[in-house]
Design a protein. Structure first.
Length: 333
């Protein structure tokens, strides 16, 4: 990294020099140094490289509070004549959720109704369940995972059983219909979901160890919510439109669809895609921009994560990737 022309220019511009013998905080030319990268995964990678450089070579700049991270938006949402800039996927989700709640009512099978803050809480919980189920759905279709969740297959207790397999099959038949032909059985530590469509056999396997995953525990923590809201189909109504709701993903995705209707959402590929006025208003203007101050809360933890992910030893980084790869729910490609 130190051989990079850009890093050399950066060192010269800041003026402090680097290393134990040359670094001098008194020579700092700027007391506000702002890292500004794209709001996507590539930008995060570049930002991490720069943070590694500052942490290893100019640590005092962080300790003195001179280092900041710009917060450019990843999205622009346009509805009518109004433009709203949103920092990331989470900000977009929260804005869409707020928009979708207007005039929305969820009517449960027992005729109880939820709207406003109650509905918001339900949709946020459904979103978390959808995220967990989507990760597990890397192994089989989402509908099968959600049927398993409704059948309490992912109950947090670990271990599979033929009884759970039967409950899973019943829940799946209830969701997609018996005519879909799904069967489920448990043997040898593996769940097997199987059907034959037009003479072609479709099989999905889930090993028992998947029931001990973080995502399975996330689902287990919401079993009472699943029983309350999805034991039987509910009805979601908004502005004259009614949709049958049987699973968390249906509730969450339908609410997001409600919010997107009539709106245009632009995802910026990078800072260079914005016109000058947009870049000024959202990222550069001191009166309106948002900056994140870089601080080190725990020296040992910070050193550990930089050494693991950015160090010279490959094995800890590889182990980290192997351990966490399947937990990535929304990866830019």
């Amino acid at each position: 990294m130190l051989g990079s022309q850009e890093i050399g220019t950066l060192i010269t511009a800041i003026g402090t020099g680097i290393g134990r013998d040359e670094f001098n905080i008194e020579k700092t030319r700027y007391h506000k140094i702002i890292i500004m990268t794209d709001a996507d995964v590539d930008g995060s990678h570049i930002r991490t490289l720069l943070l590694t450089f500052f942490f290893r070579q100019m640590r005092l700049l962080i300790d003195k509070g001179y280092l900041y991270i710009a917060q450019p938006p990843l999205y622009k949402m346009k509805r009518g004549g109004n433009d709203v800039y949103l920092k990331d996927d989470e900000a977009l989700e929260q804005h869409l959720l707020t928009s979708s709640l207007e005039d929305a009512v969820l009517i449960l099978a027992d005729k109880r109704e939820g709207s406003g803050s109650d509905l918001r809480e339900a949709v946020e919980t459904a979103g978390k369940l959808t995220a967990a189920a989507t990760i597990l759905a890397k192994r089989m279709p989402l509908a099968l995972i959600e049927a398993g969740a409704l059948a309490h297959v992912f109950d947090g207790k670990g271990g599979g059983s033929e009884k759970k397999a039967q409950f899973w099959q019943m829940a799946l038949q209830k969701l997609v219909g018996e005519q879909a032909g799904w069967t489920c059985r448990f043997a040898g530590g593996t769940y097997t979901l199987q059907r034959i469509v037009r003479g072609v056999e479709e099989i999905h396997l889930m090993e028992e160890k998947s029931l001990l995953s973080k995502e399975a525990h996330d689902i287990a923590a919401q079993l009472s919510f699943l029983d309350e809201f999805f034991a039987d189909a509910a009805m979601l109504s908004r502005k004259g439109v009614s949709v049958k709701i049987s699973t968390p993903s249906q509730l969450y995705n339908t609410m997001m669809d409600f919010a997107r209707k009539g709106s245009t959402i632009q995802r910026f590929k990078g800072l260079g895609e914005m016109n000058p006025e947009q870049l000024w208003d959202t990222t550069l203007n001191p009166a309106t921009r948002r900056l994140l101050k870089v601080e080190i809360g725990d020296d040992a933890a910070t050193e550990s994560i930089f050494s693991t992910l950015m160090g010279d030893i490959v094995e800890p980084r590889r182990d980290f990737i192997i351990t966490n790869a399947l937990k990535v729910a929304n990866l830019d490609v």
